[in-house]
Design a binder for this molecule. Sequence first.
Ligand code: PMP
Length: 375
Amino acid sequence: MKRSLDHVAGSLEELRRGSLYRSLRYGRAEGPRITLDGRTMINLGSNDYLGARGQVHGGPRSASSRLVAGNDDSYRALEGMLAAHLSAESALVYPTGYMASLGVIPVLGVAGCTIFSDERNHASIIDACRLAGGRTAVFGHNDVDGLDRMLSDTEGDALVVTEGIFSMDGDYSDLRGIVEAASRRGAAVIVDDAHGDFVAGPEGRGTAHMFGVSGEIYATISSLSKALGAFGGYVAADNPVTDLQVNRSRPFMYTSALPPVLVHDAISRMGADLEARRNLLRHNTRRISDGLDDMGFGPASGTHIIPVIIGGEQDAVEFSRILAENGVYAPAIRYPTVPRREARIRVSVTASLDDSDIDTVLAAFEEGRRRVYRS
Ligand code: PMP
């Protein structure tokens, strides 16, 4: 059963009792007017001090936080689509995925709560844990047994945070094992699926759907700026978690809303049929993975993010330079993004590559292998 954190309902109740509960009102700000819940009024909630925004290229820009005058009607449609996409009760859009992480993790991981974070989690999760009032305990990468032991040694509310597909290693999280360990202990699970969303699982519904555990995930953090090809971030969760973010999430409350033009862009991409692109991505991933395996760089990660581990930092930079000489850009990723002596070339496969591009990529890697390893 999906676990809810004890403090969430209590916090919402406390906000209501103190007349501090905030809820979003949808509308549209245009010039000096705002229409909210069907009533058009003079807008004294705008930061467009010079009236300079107007109807600029691509549609209106936001000039306020969503809780003030920036909650354009289009958000309702996008958040409804995102909630349906992940089979969640609701979704909340943030200006970026990074901010979504900084928003939701501190709201849930409050003082008295322990946040269990995979050692390979992305910088945005690490920073979010640092901002949270709760204590952070780091567990070994995908080490479910270790996590299990740590969970059973810890009192109070517990929150486990993992990525769906890890951004630098390209491997899937052991989401089934994590969900099982968490449910034995009554811990809530958060997945940052920035790299799996719109790619993995049936209809691109992400890693949790792929593993059949979407009903057990307490909150999903994701980005609209990766596979969807739009811009922004979001958190999908049950209504109380969304309501608490609206009231407590500082990166949600105290920044300008993502502009409606980008909300409309995300809506139109959500409506597009991405299945053909996912099939192409799978084809390209298989070709590049097999080619790298044949050169001895395997086993590949099994996803569209393929780390080619070089080891030494200098060799990785040299390898990346040889790739560039051969017409291929793939960055060398070094400490502190990855551990020391695990420098790598991070290959990010896309559906846009054609077969001849892939021939060029594989030839460039072959050249890199020959020159860096002199073999
Ligand atoms: N989570 C993970 C795992 C990421 O890799 C990234 C971006 N690299 C983010 C979150 C942040 O997403 P955004 O670019 O939308 O801020």
